[in-house]
Design a protein around this ligand. Sequence first.
Ligand code: S3P
Length: 421
Amino acid sequence: MKISGNVRPPGDKSITHRLLLIGALSQGRCILRHALRSDDSQAMSGALRSLGIEIDDAGSDRVIVNGKGLQGLRKASAALDCGNSGTTARFLLGTLAAYSFESRIVGDRSLSGRPMKRVTDPLTLMGAKFCFERNDGLPVIVKGGRLAALNYGSPVASAQIKSALILAGLAGGVEVAVEEPQRSRDHTERLLAELGQDIQIQPRSVRFRPGAAVPEFAAEVPGDMSAAAFLIAAASLAESGELVLERVGVNPTRTGLVRVLRSMGCQIEIAELGSSLGEPIATLSVKAGELRGVNISRSDVPSLIDEIPMLAVLAARAQGTTRFDGVGELAFKESNRLELLGDNLRRIGVGVDSTDDSLIVHGTDKPLGGRIETGGDHRMAMAFAVLSAMGNSGVEVPDRLSPVVSYPDFFQDLSRITGDA
Ligand code: S3P
């Protein structure tokens, strides 16, 4: 198959969440260009509106957030529904830990099964109170107030944990230091540093010191590398052609996929264009090529955590074996990705070995076929849809709905670059 065309991927989901929430805590009118508009970002906007923040997203490429200051949120009259969005739930838990009113946080079935104590345990050390209706998932009621400073060693490399704690420090006006086993994405730190906050960033730790108010800001949201990943993968499976991806975020804590794909034999060029609020933006050109298996180590994982479904699917079409180590966190994503990836790959005829922390995929060039179970997970649906579109029509992906949480135009963009539109 041939690939061609230029695509500007949707705005980065992680950065959109941060700009919406930190915009709400700012001193004024914040303008976001190319913000993601999807079910996940709507979950964040909806929750912030319920907390008294005015957000105008009626314009075609601008979202305006009218910030009310660090202590400007108001008690919501109903539960805050985070839908499928783990980032929304965890960031709200962190922020609302600094407010003395009660908030009830709920989510859909998938989100209700995801762990929240990894965030509420350290927030409890700061003095916030949480009431779980079930073991470790939503719904949860948060009641915060005056917080104590925190110095925390996180057992998992998670930007959601790290950011939730920094947000508690920001809204609560207390010092927060977090250390993590590997470096996770650093969007919160970059943004706060650009906005004049006192935040010191080390390779595996961060220290936030309160003081300054957050000024109003204007920013372009870079294209989402984790959405671009699916189109990059389609290009790397093609027999010929070149794909250009415009204005993509290339923060090094998010570009593990590019590094791994290059080592698998894929040609990817990056031309940097500049940056917006500390986030570098670039044009990416990807050429079709032959793929070979590689080893992905524990230290690579945080920089490509959301790309593992797509990489595992590519590994199925690479020459030789690809080994992923240190991927136990996949069990806690929108689905149990470790288990579901293995099941789906086996189902279509690919050899897979897995443990609770590793995945080994044996590449094959034989015809693949079978029906994919996505468990409602957007990235599972998109990864196998790419495989199906790139010459493996025996692979059926009946779930065409799940991508709305992160990439509503996914199927149109995929059809466009494969000439199937
Ligand atoms: C995110 C961090 C990652 C990622 C998620 C978004 C963020 O989760 O999987 O899709 O925006 O901070 P963890 O930090 O829990 O690994």
